[in-house]
Design a protein around this ligand. Sequence first.
Ligand code: ATP
Length: 247
Amino acid sequence: MLRIGDLAAGYHPDTPVLHQINVDLAAVVVHTVVGPNGAGKTTLLHTLAGHLRPTTGWVLLDGRDVTGWTPVRAARAGVTLAPQGRRLWPSLTVTEHLTVTRPPARRPNSRTWTVDELLEMFPALATRLHHRGHQLSGGEQQMLTIARALRTAPRLLLCDEPTEGLAPTMAAHVIHALQDLPRHGVTVLAAVPHARAAAALSDTVHVLAEGRLTGPITTSGGQAEQALRDHLALTSPALPDHAEAHR
Ligand SMILES: Nc1ncnc2c1ncn2[C@@H]1O[C@H](COP(=O)(O)OP(=O)(O)OP(=O)(O)O)[C@@H](O)[C@H]1O
């Protein structure tokens, strides 16, 4: 659905963060982009969600040029960001988060999600309906961030570090929910900092290093972790074996 070619983006004209990014998110699966802190993962997701205008290159959605679109146009077309840091509305309750966010009226082919379906996906939220954003645990906030994004009926969900800082059981729940989305026609592109997390979460991994993407690596063959280590070693030649566990 989404194709990106020769894309460059950054925050200052003289210092691009992304250089010549090429990627084709044709398959309705979970894709990850993995790379160390500062590699540009957030910058890539923000560019795709329309928060940042690319300096060069193109973005095609179903063959239509959408380069430089706004977040509103991106969301209307079915591309929604679940941001890092959760960015909830602190004074709104769980129910209010889910009811004020609605799918666009005219997008017949997208899977829409009722509040009840989202509470079934994330039962922890069902017991917190009247709690405000700032009263939720980190895991509950992450679930609500994803649930709120799903309310816009995305075809492509961009998730920035969806398991960051979560306890293992919460992280497992979030991973399970994301892995189930392709079954509903939703493609996922998640940014993660660790090779192992990328291999566990996704079907296809794209490695971002020094502003460039390599891959994709398919995780189904069992070789993903070694392939990722090889790719990441390109930018960290001195990395000792035991350091991988902390990447
Ligand atoms: N708003 C901003 N203004 C200027 N520079 C920025 C801004 N946001 C990020 N950067 C810089 O862009 C580069 C890429 O940052 P980005 O957040 O995209 O990386 P990341 O891979 O998501 O890392 P992390 O996992 O630490 O968030 C870094 O050098 C960062 O300092």
